[in-house]
Ligand binder design. Structure first.
Ligand SMILES: Nc1ncnc2c1ncn2[C@@H]1O[C@H](COP(=O)(O)OP(=O)(O)OP(=O)(O)O)[C@@H](O)[C@H]1O
Ligand SMILES: [Mg+2]
Length: 312
């Protein structure tokens, strides 16, 4: 597993990372979220041994990144921010070079490089010089380099940044497929990505951890979690609101949209955790109100993210 203890980083007087500790077990995909400048990249660079911490350390599968750096780095794959790759090499040449410096060049390296090229959808550009590739392809070359040696621990800094929607989907699938055998940390600004792939999310603000939970539990902190979103057709909205507010178990109700034909209402339950959908459906039937849609709101990660990370 990855054990991060008290990681702290000062750049002169700027405390970019402030006493961060967490662990990631095999099988987990940890999403690293936070506003620009929160300290995600700096934390990842310390975990992967690229910058020395001012305080604290990270232990990767039993190897300390400071005391036993080479052994720790051998077990890790790292996709840095902005995909730094050698521009003058071809894709094939670069990945071969990576396998050489990873010291497995003599053992079935050709098969491994070819398989990784296929897996990362790079076959059509494998003999192309890297600087002639588009941004998304460069990102994929860098992703390929990080998984080439099939490491147990993976650190991805914004792995789907710059990819088109199809490639985003493919890369997420690849990360999910790999996850049962590995411990993975990925940073992202795409909250849908967190929902789609992460088993856990840590939110960082100003260098500190401000939330550490499953995406579902974080969503549940949303003020609209557990409310009913109801859309009805052709009804008097003021009368509807008054009757809904009198309904047993309803704390309050508000009109979200009223364009005469469709009226969207949000209903807040009296007690959190109580589902009102059956009662609201019976109410609609008894009053001959035509329901276009009804669902229980799960809450939204972006609301929670904003309320946790907003300053002041
Ligand atoms: N090499 C450096 N020298 C000086 N300051 C730095 C350096 N690298 C990062 N910082 C500062 O550390 C803080 C955290 O930056 P970091 O890149 O870790 O943020 P981030 O969470 O990855 O942001 P983003 O979402 O924009 O990628 C910022 O204030 C940044 O300016
Ligand atoms: Mg960053």
């Amino acid at each position: 597993m990855i054990e991060v203890s008290n990681l702290t980083k000062y750049f002169l007087t700027n405390k970019a990372v402030d006493d961060i500790s967490f662990t990631v077990e095999k099988g987990e995909i940890l999403g690293f979220l936070g506003p620009n400048g929160a300290g995600k990249t700096t934390t990842m660079r310390m975990i992967t041994g690229f910058v020395p911490p001012s305080k604290g350390t990270a232990i990767i599968g039993g190897s300390d990144i400071i005391k036993d750096s080479l052994s720790a780095r051998k077990k890790m794959g790292y996709l840095p921010e902005n995909a730094p790759v050698y521009p003058d090499m071809t894709v094939w040449g670069y990945l071969n070079f990576c396998s050489e410096i990873r010291s497995f060049a003599r053992v079935n390296y050709k098969e491994r490089v070819e398989a990784t090229i296929e897996k990362c959808f790079l076959a059509e550009v494998k003999h192309q010089t890297i600087h002639t590739l588009s941004k998304g392809f460069k990102q994929r070359v860098c992703f390929a380099q990080s998984i080439l040696h099939d490491p147990e621990f993976l650190i991805f800094d914004e792995p789907t940044d710059g990819l088109d929607p199809n490639q985003k989907h493919e890369v997420r699938l690849m990360i999910l497929e790999m996850s049962s055998e590995k411990a993975i940390i990925l940073s992202t600004h795409i909250l849908d990505e967190v929902e789609a792939v992460c088993s856990r999310a840590i939110i960082i603000a100003d260098g500190r951890i401000v939330a550490d939970d499953t995406p579902a539990n974080l969503r549940a902190q949303s003020p609209i979690h557990g409310t009913i979103a109801l859309t009805v057709v052709n009804t008097d909205s003021a009368g509807l609101l008054a009757r809904l507010q009198n309904l047993d178990g309803v704390k309050s109700a508000e009109i979200l949209e009223d364009n005469r034909e469709n009226i969207k209402v949000r209903i807040f339950p009296e007690r959190t955790g109580e589902s009102l959908s059956t009662r609201v459906m019976s109410f609609a039937q008894e009053n001959n109100i035509q329901v276009a849609s009804i669902f229980v709101e799960q809450g939204r990660l972006d609301n929670v993210f904003r309320s946790i990370t907003r300053k002041g």
